[in-house]
Design a protein around this ligand. Sequence first.
Ligand SMILES: Cc1cc2nc3c(=O)[nH]c(=O)nc-3n(C[C@H](O)[C@H](O)[C@H](O)COP(=O)(O)O)c2cc1C
Length: 176
Amino acid sequence: MANSKSLIAYFSRKGNNYVGGDIVNLPIGNTEVTAKKIQNLTGSDIFQIKPVKSYPDDYTETTNVAKEEQRKDARPELTETVNNMDSYDVICIGYPNWYGTMPMAVFTFLEGYDFSGKTIVPFCTHEGSGMGSSERDIKKLCPLSKVLSGLAVRGGSVERADKDISDWLKKLDLIQ
Ligand SMILES: Cc1cc2nc3c(=O)[nH]c(=O)nc-3n(C[C@H](O)[C@H](O)[C@H](O)COP(=O)(O)O)c2cc1C
């Protein structure tokens, strides 16, 4: 990303979540931890994708809301927009895998801007499903963008993922 301006945009839900077979309380969401590690390595700007209506504190209640949003192909409204999106060449987009793809708020985000000609770099955290169909879904939402190969990190392993993250960024030629 040496000669291009880059932005990390991520969705992450801290608090009550399911990690490695247990319900735990995450002080910082797994995807947020990963996004910050990418920021440390790349020096990118960073933006959190936040829905106006936040998800319930309870994990199971959140799964019910998320399932319903996916069924309805909903586009939850977001609290903030990126004003200077035109100035970015590379957009790293991060999210938890929710039912095989991105949370619907990330669909809202990707439909909200013109990413034509930009490079999109997906990454996700998950509990076994990896990237799911998210890369295909991003390509559908952003057909005129170059979508690079994504990185999937196990939620329970984010604190140990530094090498995986830097290897991936090097492989994509985004850092040296
Ligand atoms: C609503 C919901 C649905 C989920 N669906 C999946 C799934 O289909 N596959 C999977 O591997 N993990 C799934 N997970 C687990 C999350 O992807 C995982 O906990 C992730 O690291 C959470 O990231 P966050 O803390 O940044 O929100 C789900 C979690 C939630 C809350």
